[in-house]
Ligand binder design. Sequence first.
Ligand code: NFA
Length: 101
Amino acid sequence: MSDIVTKPKTKVKLQVQRPRLHKVILINDDFTPREFVVAILKGEFRMSEDQAYQVMMTAHRKGACVVAVFTQDVAETKATRATEAGRAKGYPLLFTTEPEE
Ligand code: NFA
């Protein structure tokens, strides 16, 4: 009698999920000068003058505006750096992050 030995059939599911992206959000305040916000958006987020002005004005009018989306660590690093740049000048400028739906 020959015993047939079979290998267990294990199906390997390849995981190829993309990392969830996180939004960087600019929060309006009453004190940070408009030109300073525009300069930060251009410097930290590589925006053109026009893009930066539109994002700044949207936050100014609506209270907040999505600046861009990145992987979590890049979003958090940029939000922290941009917030720090305002703090260094004594401004309450705030950038936050949140996961994209
Ligand atoms: N509201 C600020 C002002 O009128 C400008 C501003 C816009 C600040 C967006 C922060 C974010 N000087």
